[in-house]
Ligand binder design. Structure first.
Ligand SMILES: [Fe+2]
Length: 377
C-alpha cells in the first residue's frame, strides 16, 4: 500500500472562531488583500468579522470584491496586480468556492509574472500565505490545493472552459469554519452546495488515487451529509434561518472533509461532465454534478461486475442505503433535470473528459455519451 498524504491546512472551527483564534491570522503578514465576491461575504457577516479581526491584530487590509461566479483568468490577474500595487503580503479568501478559488491564483499572481499557460500548468515556485473563510458548505476549496478558473479563451474553438490550477503551494495555511456565515443561505444554494460536497466524497471513493486515508475521510463526510438529508428535503424555503443550525455546522465541516478527500484523490468523471452545463447554461456547480450521479453510479455498478475492483458496496455502506434509495433522495433534491438539445448531446459527448482517466473504471466515449443522454436527454 502506497500513500503520500499531505494536508497542511490548519482547520479552526466554531462560532466566532476567526476573532477568537485571531493569533493564527496575525502570523500570516502585515497587510491582507481580502478577496470576495460582491455579495455573500458582506451579507453573511464574514467580511465585517474579517475587518474587525485584522484591525484587532494591527494588520492592514484592502478589498478586492469583484470575483464573479466561475471566476475568470482576467479577474485573478486584476486582483493579483492590486495585491502588488497595495503591497499585500497575504491573501484572505472570503465567500463561496469562487472567491476562494480566485484567492489562490491571486496569491501566486501577486508575486510572479506568469503567462496564462504558465499559471494553468502551475509553473510557479511561490505564493503568498492564504487564509480562507468559507461562507457556503460545498466547495471544500479551503482544504484543497486547487484553483478552478474559467479560461475565457481556453478551448480549441475559443469558447470559455473550466481549467484547474493544482499545486501544493495553493493549500491555504488556515481555514476558519464558522457556520453562522451559512445561516442565511437559501434552499437552492444549501442543497446545491451539499450535493457538491457529497459529490467530492463519493467521487473521491471512485478515483484511482483513492487510498485508506482518503476513503476514511470520504466515508465520514458521506455519513455526515446523509445525516442532513431529511432536513435538506424539508428545507423551509420561506425561512432559511429555520434550517437546523447544527446541520449547517455538520454540512460545513463535511464539505471541508470532502475537500481533504479530493485534495488526495482528485475528482472523477461527473465533475468534468458537470462543467459543461455550468459553462453553457449557468447551472450551479453542485447541481451540475448531481445531475449525472444516478446514471454514472448505475454505470459503475454495471461495469464493476466484470472487474476485480469493486467499490460500490463500500460506497453504499457509507451512504447507509442501497443505490436505488440514494437515487430517489438525490432526484427529490434535484427536481426535474435540465434537457440538452441533440446538438449539445452530440457535441458534449465527443469532448475529452479530463477526469475520465482518474475514474476507477475508465469510461469510453460511448459511456460518456450514455451518461449524458440518460442524465440530460
Ligand atoms: Fe466540486
Amino acid at each position: 500500500m502506497k500513500i503520500n498524504y499531505l494536508m497542511p491546512t490548519r482547520i479552526i472551527t466554531g462560532e466566532n472562531c476567526l476573532y477568537a483564534e485571531r493569533q493564527f491570522l496575525s502570523g500570516l503578514g502585515k497587510k491582507a488583500l481580502i478577496v470576495t465576491g460582491n455579495n455573500s461575504a458582506k451579507i453573511s457577516g464574514a467580511y465585517d468579522d474579517a475587518v474587525k479581526t485584522l484591525e484587532a491584530n494591527g494588520q492592514r487590509h484592502v478589498l478586492f470584491d469583484k470575483v464573479m461566479a466561475n471566476p475568470t483568468d482576467a479577474c485573478v490577474y486584476e486582483a493579483g496586480l492590486m495585491a502588488r500595487r497595495e503591497g499585500c503580503d497575504f491573501i484572505l479568501g472570503c465567500g463561496g468556492g469562487s472567491p476562494m478559488d480566485a484567492a489562490k491564483a491571486v496569491a501566486v499572481l501577486a508575486l510572479i509574472d506568469l503567462s496564462k499557460e504558465e499559471l494553468f500548468s502551475a509553473a510557479f515556485d511561490r505564493a503568498l500565505p492564504l487564509a480562507m473563510i468559507p461562507t457556503t458548505s460545498g466547495t471544500g476549496s479551503e482544504t484543497t490545493p486547487y484553483s478552478i478558473l474559467t479560461d475565457s479563451t481556453g478551448s480549441v474553438d475559443k469558447t470559455p472552459m473550466k481549467r484547474s490550477v493544482s499545486s501544493p503551494l495553493l493549500f491555504p495555511r488556515l481555514a476558519f469554519l464558522d457556520a453562522k456565515y451559512t445561516i442565511r443561505l437559501n434552499r437552492n444554494t444549501t442543497i446545491n452546495t451539499a450535493i457538491d460536497a457529497l459529490s467530492h466524497a463519493v467521487e473521491g471513493m471512485l478515483c484511482l488515487r483513492a487510498n485508506h486515508l482518503s476513503n476514511m475521510l470520504a466515508k465520514e463526510a458521506i455519513t455526515m451529509i446523509m445525516d442532513c438529508m431529511k432536513d435538506l428535503l424539508a428545507f423551509p424555503a420561506e425561512n432559511p434561518a429555520a434550517f437546523p443550525p447544527e446541520k449547517r455546522e455538520k454540512l460545513l465541516l463535511a464539505s471541508s472533509i470532502a475537500g481533504m478527500v479530493i485534495a488526495q484523490t482528485g475528482t472523477a468523471v461527473p465533475h468534468s461532465m458537470g462543467y459543461l452545463p455550468t459553462i453553457n447554461w449557468g447551472t450551479d456547480h453542485g447541481r451540475a454534478n448531481g445531475l449525472f450521479f444516478k446514471s454514472f453510479l448505475s454505470w459503475c455498478r454495471e461495469k464493476e461486475q466484470d472487474s476485480a475492483d469493486k467499490r460500490i458496496p463500500a460506497l453504499c455502506s457509507a451512504l447507509g442505503t442501497e443505490p436505488e434509495q440514494f437515487f430517489d433522495i438525490l432526484e427529490l433534491l434535484l427536481g426535474p433535470h435540465e434537457k440538452a438539445t441533440e446538438t449539445e448531446l452530440q457535441a458534449w459527448s465527443k469532448l475529452p473528459m479530463k477526469n475520465a482517466a482518474n475514474t476507477y473504471i475508465k469510461p469510453e466515449q460511448k459511456d460518456i455519451e450514455r451518461i449524458f443522454r440518460e442524465s440530460l436527454g
